[in-house]
Design a binder for this molecule. Structure first.
Ligand SMILES: [Zn+2]
Length: 421
């Protein structure tokens, strides 16, 4: 497949150099002007490539465009999603450096940053590639501009090969993923697809259809203050109640002892005195049932402390943050099996990975469109050692072309083999 690598490289560098960091505190949509700027550049690009039904909505700041179907067969529309914002790390004056034919040796990015395969062994997988890095104390922005560049590479290829049969393919570029606000706002009525894929992080061959289910809890404790000299039988110490609560949490269900499909409770902060105390924590779990049980455990624990010290001493408030798309995607296994078939065609080994965080796909799936995550081919995201290669982004384009082609043939005889971890 002849993906235009020069095009991918040029677009990637152009987009990385736009400062698109997102800001949680900002009330605007998108949360920074840089993101709006990049979305305008992308709109121009979709026009030049020849996509149709290009639209941008200031309400959700999603840019959409369609590669129209080339087949007369009845086939459902599919979508690919990438985000324009970057994480909370320096993103000013990003200068992309191009290392042709990377030889595996250390790369000095600036006085204080050296990119070394001793520290980052995954670099050994890209020896011989054209490696792209930042140049010191900024991130690169491969998360997720590599996803954008890969999607554009696919679009350019399909639009210049009308003989290749495919159904309608929608691209969606959105803001504010890193702060969990972008896809939450996304009006998916604008995105008429049966299912979609995010192209966010991950290595070639990854498929993530399960993420954390996430909630946060605020637990407050009300004490009774009495002069310590006269406190016998009267004082109730809120700080000690909070301590009792924390001490009763399971010792092994913590981030530092959790990997793969394990979840955790994380006490993020606590404060208190005799009069009142507060504990904030977050809950993470891959399985819906376990997630509900973990939330219930906290409520039960609060009830126990209330039973001991008196009703109303402990109050617990929980907020759901995001939900794993796992259940929805397990009901639609074709969405993942189609990717397996595409990887097989391209000799890529597929790997189901637990995504230990949230994705845009969590929000989009919750709105009814099954959306697992694939990959963008970069590594070391959110910091100065971030990198990606042209070859990896071109591989992403190939995967997207293959998925689009195969969907035409497999749509009618769907592989519904149940998904296994
Ligand atoms: Zn990302």
């Amino acid at each position: 497949m002849n993906i235009d690598q020069k095009y991918i490289q040029d677009k990637f560098i152009e987009y990385c150099e736009v400062d698109t960091r997102s800001y949680f505190e900002s009330e605007t949509v998108p949360t920074s002007v840089g993101q709006a700027e990049l979305l305008q550049l992308l709109k121009q690009e979709l026009l030049e490539l020849g996509l149709s039904q290009i639209s941008y909505s200031p309400k959700d700041a999603y840019l959409l465009g369609k590669i129209p179907a080339t087949t007369s067969k009845k086939v459902t529309a599919i979508g690919f999603v990438a985000h324009v914002d970057t994480a909370d790390y320096n993103s000013k004056n990003i200068k992309v450096r191009v290392h042709k034919n990377y030889d595996g040796r250390d790369i000095r990015l600036d006085k204080s940053h050296v990119l070394s395969s001793k520290q980052f062994p995954s670099l050994k997988k890209v020896i011989g590639h054209t490696l792209l890095t930042a140049s010191g104390d900024t991130l690169l922005g491969a998360d997720d501009k590599a996803g954008i560049a890969g999607a554009l590479g696919m679009a350019k290829y399909l639009l210049s090969h009308p003989e290749i049969e495919h159904g309608d393919i929608w691209l969606a570029f959105g803001p504010d993923e890193e702060i969990g606000k972008g896809a939450a706002r996304f009006d998916v009525k604008r995105f008429p697809v049966e299912f979609a894929y995010t192209l966010d992080n991950g290595d070639i061959g990854d498929i993530a259809y399960e993420t954390f289910n996430a909630a946060s809890a605020t637990v407050t404790f009300a004490g009774t203050v009495v002069h310590p000299g006269e406190a016998y039988g009267l004082m109730v110490n809120a700080g000690l109640m909070a301590n009792e609560f924390i001490a009763a949490l399971p010792k092994d269900f913590v981030p530092e002892k959790s990997k793969g499909y394990d979840g955790f409770y994380l006490v993020t902060d606590f404060s208190g005195n005799v009069d009142q105390a507060m504990v904030n924590l977050i809950i993470r779990s891959f399985d819906t049932e376990d997630f509900l049980a973990r939330k219930q455990f906290l409520k039960t624990l609060a009830n126990k402390i209330n039973a001991k010290y008196g009703k109303g001493r402990v109050k617990i408030e929980m907020r759901d943050q995001y939900k794993s798309p796992g259940d929805l995607i397990k009901q639609n296994p074709y969405v993942v099996n189609l990717v397996h078939h595409a990887y097989k065609q391209l000799n890529i080994t597929a790997k189901h990975i637990p995504f230990r965080g949230g994705t845009d796909g969590d929000f989009i799936s919750e709105k009814g469109i099954p959306t697992p995550n694939l990959f963008n081919g970069g590594a070391n995201f959110h910091g100065p050692y971030e990198y990606v290669t042209i070859e990896n982004m071109a591989k992403l384009s190939e995967v997207l072309v293959e998925i689009s082609k195969l969907h035409v043939h497999l749509n009618d005889c769907r592989d519904e083999t149940p998904l296994k971890r």
